[in-house]
Design a protein around this ligand. Sequence first.
Ligand code: ZN
Ligand code: ZN
Length: 389
Amino acid sequence: MKEAQAKLTFWGVRGSTPTVDPATWRYGGNTPCLDFVAPDGTQFIFDCGTGLRMLGSRLQEQAGSFAPETHILVTHYHWDHIQGLPFFSPFYVDRNTFHFYSFQSKFLGRESLKQVFEAQMALPYFPVDLSAMSAKRTFREVAGGESFQVGTTKITARWLNHPQGAMGYRLETPAGIIVYATDNEPGDPELDRSLRDLAEGADVFINDAQFTPEQLAGSRRGWGHSTWQEGVKVAREVGAKRLVLFHHDPDSTDRVVDGLLRQARGEFETVFAATEGMVITLGGKEAADIHIPGSRSSLRREAQFRATVSGTREDGRSFEEETVVRDVSLQGALIPLSNCPRLQSELLVDIETPGAEGVQQKMQLRGYVVRVEPDREKGSAAVGVVFTD
Ligand SMILES: [Zn+2]
Ligand SMILES: [Zn+2]
């Protein structure tokens, strides 16, 4: 019997506004968008931030295998969650159908999401008008606490604490439970409970982690966002298996996000920082497989360097190992190791390089693990790192 598998992909993880600052490149600068393929093949999209454009290109490439019927769950109407809409190419293809879900905003009234659509495409804000979007679209307004079924997936929507309101979504599938709860601020007792009901026993709990605990306690209170510390607290209380820190602040460089993740890992075992391109597979042989494709590290060239690598294994123990690095570039390397380092952990790579007069020199590089591909037969792993300095 084929195992029920579900696949979640992150296309945009940045909050508030997109960033193109090179210092935010590693986690990514696109605003929120995820796609989720349920075990029965039903396609879902969470939010329509700028990450939606890249998802659109990917779906067009695989047009044959792409289900032309897609369910789009929108959390709320702030720009960062809707600004990708006009740039999603599958909207311009007749045979596609999209079912939109969101809530009725008291500022917009009936068919809020339809109005948001029309307003974005209205002249003079966009060069083509709505009639160019030939795909079929339906709009459904959901209420807080409401549950409904799409194929074999049960969806529950719940209110979160955010200016002008936001919905969190819980998707229960035969392969596991995904909870998408971004744009929420702790501190409202009723909505804090609502978040916990939503996240109860989740296999993957994606939570707003825009601010540091100090920022939230200070000037950023009331802006509608949360912290890694709150995420850890909720994950513990509800027995969530994995926590994903999401909605990174546009002013948080990769180094800042590394620091937040490090602190969170000090308190909760399985936490990851959402990264563009990150894929989580549920229901396979492993409890969950998380990886970040290495396609963004280009410019590799074949070379051979002896290296000593030290880092942290998946079980949290540190290791030091000698290896030969063959696949290296200025940005990163693919390193064969017998120790399996933890994804998104730091590695120190001491590379021996031939110096000016053929004298061996050592170069120490700090790397960050973006990919781990275990080779069970050989009992080793190909480890992709991006150099951070
Ligand atoms: Zn947002
Ligand atoms: Zn918002």
